[in-house]
Design a protein around this ligand. Structure first.
Ligand code: FE2
Length: 564
């Protein structure tokens, strides 16, 4: 099967291919909720017990990977690091830590890009993870997955087929039957995986399920909560624009109502894990609770700079980012090379520039450089006098308004307008230049066939390059100067490096330690594993690739009170 490249988010062809599914999911997802069907199909769902009972001894290991299933290099780099029987990682003092492949793997949402389908899961997720760890003799590790918005784009059909049918993902067994789950781990720890659908609240059967699970917990039990969206970050970033959508109410309801316990102030949840943002960003509270965004499982890097999230509600403060904010800001300037990173985007701007020039069709003679002011006023008059041209120009400006960062109304108007006008100005100069060349330099009669096709070609070529360049400049400025368009500015870069996942250990005494593992640069080429070595069947064949390394020192989390 073909190895996938990183999703070209700014390709108009990709947009046309997947837009109908995404729209259908947005329209029908909330009305035909697959989670209700799941609940009916498996009414007696219980938690999975991996605690090993009272007699459990030794260490328990678990891996957490989110936002995997994109380009081969990045997805396989993470999958093969997770699949290795062990990883030796050095902390900041140079001390070595032996970490073991988790008996449990939790996928934290968005297991496929850009949209869900049986074929895309196979090509982008299954192929990489199966190559990293094929099915072997027992004991086999288990994988559980919470769905993210990208999994929901086919109303969860393919996700359910892959993860909720008691099947296999390579060497990992998939025991879950619903899109949310509860796992009992040794020494009073639990993993709770929620399904927040397309950002809507948690449904009633899911709440009922978690209430039943909470009823089976001991007062001192503690929770690692896995959710597909870092609501703690989004509520800080966007609540001032839309508090009804971006808030922590769903999480807080689980934390304070469903999983509350008198034994622990603030509830049982000690660790919140999420992806959705494709980077590593950890917030910690003074009492040792952690909120970690770790969406570096394969999808294109997201920035760690932008809106200020240094302090969150509940006393959480930003501890570490990967990549650091300075690096993230520097990477953003790569948008100035937008036409080279997103070559097909230019077809859209070329087409729009051509249509606009056609609609306006201004006769901007007499084609002398000194008459440019005259040409501007002729063009403006043409737009005002031709209803179709006026309508088209307004439609173009509206398009940019709609594209502009939807969270800030002010930026939407000012940024959208400035962006749209920049394109219209560029088009004017391209059109004027093309006309000047054809009439004044080459001497073609305006309106002649020679004149028309040359002008059209020049406008399309200019539109391809300039339209893309303006988009890149707009994205770079928006994020680096105004903290807007975080998603779009980095989606355009399609960066496959700076990947990461979390490895968690519950030791014999019940302490939880989190090892954040980062891969600074993933391999671009792969070769068969040398004979006699253990591990995944393909290994890097790229001297510039970096080995998995600790992003920051291991993070200790207080053990449940009962095992002190
Ligand atoms: Fe994602």
């Amino acid at each position: 099967m073909k190895r996938a490249k990183m999703t070209p988010w700014f390709s108009p062809f990709e947009l046309i291919r997947h837009a109908p599914d995404v729209l259908a999911a947005a329209v029908f997802g909330q009305r035909a909720d697959t989670r209700l069907t799941e609940a009916l199909a498996a009414p007696d769902a219980r938690f999975f017990d991996y605690s090993g009972g009272e007699s459990s001894v030794g260490e328990f290991w678990m891996d957490f990977v989110a936002d995997t299933g994109d380009g081969w290099n990045s997805t396989y780099a993470v999958a093969s690091a997770v699949a290795r029987p062990e990883l030796i990682l050095k902390d900041s003092r140079g001390a070595e830590h032996r970490t073991i492949r988790g008996g449990l793997l939790v996928f934290g949402g968005d297991q496929v890009y850009p949209a869900a389908s049986k074929e895309l899961y196979k090509q982008k997720l299954v192929q990489a993870w199966k190559t990293a760890l094929p099915r072997t003799d027992p004991p086999n590790p288990k994988v559980f997955a919470v769905p993210g918005n990208h999994d929901w784009y086919d109303s969860l059909v393919s996700f359910t087929r892959l993860f909720c049918s008691r099947d296999w993902l390579g060497g990992w067994e998939t025991p879950q039957t619903r899109s949310y789950f509860a796992l009992k781990l040794p020494r009073h720890w639990w993993v709770i995986g929620t399904d927040v659908q397309l950002g809507s609240d948690i449904d009633a059967p899911q709440i009922e399920f978690f209430k039943r699970v909470a009823g089976e917990m001991k007062p001192e039990d503690r929770i690692i909560l896995c959710t597909a969206e870092p609501h703690w970050v989004y509520s800080r970033m966007y609540a001032k624009y839309n508090a009804a959508v971006y808030n922590e109410s769903g999480l807080r309801f689980l934390e304070e109502k469903v999983f509350a316990t008198p034994a622990q102030a603030g509830g049982r949840v000690s660790v919140f894990l999420s992806g959705d943002l494709h980077h590593y960003r950890r917030h910690a509270a003074a009492d040792g609770r952690q909120k970690i965004t770790a969406g570096g499982g394969g999808a294109a890097l997201h920035p760690t700079h932008g809106p200020d999230v240094s302090a969150l509600e509940g006393g959480y403060a930003l501890a570490t980012c990967f990549p650091d904010q300075k690096t993230s800001r520097a990477l953003c300037w790569r948008n100035l090379f937008f036409p080279w990173t997103n070559p097909t985007f230019g077809f859209l701007t070329a087409f729009l520039y051509l249509l606009t020039a056609w609609a306006v069709g201004a006769d901007i003679g007499p084609f002398r450089l000194s008459e440019i002011r005259q040409a501007v006023s002729t063009t403006l008059l043409e737009v005002l006098n031709k209803p179709l041209a006026g309508f088209w120009v307004i439609a173009i400006l509206l398009l940019f308004f709609l594209f502009t960062d939807t969270h800030s109304p002010v930026y939407r108007i000012v940024g959208g307008l400035a962006h749209g006008l920049a394109h219209l100005c560029a088009l004017f100069f391209i059109g004027w230049g093309a006309t000047y060349y054809c009439v004044s330099v080459r001497g073609f009669a305006p309106g002649s066939f020679e004149y028309l096709w040359r002008c059209a070609l020049a406008v399309a070529a200019g539109g391809w390059l300039t339209g893309s360049l303006i988009m890149g400049i707009y994205l770079a400025i928006s994020l680096n100067l105004f903290n807007r368009h975080s998603d779009e500015a980095f989606a355009a870069l399609r960066i496959e490096d700076w990947k990461e996942f979390l490895r968690l250990r519950i030791d014999a005494s019940g302490d939880l330690t989190i090892f954040p593992v980062g891969i600074r640069r993933v391999a671009r080429r792969w070769k068969a594993r040398p004979a006699g070595e253990a591990g995944p069947s393909l290994v890097p064949d790229d001297p510039r690739a970096t080995a998995p390394a600790m992003i920051e020192d291991p993070i200790p989390v207080r053990r449940p009170a009962a095992v002190h």
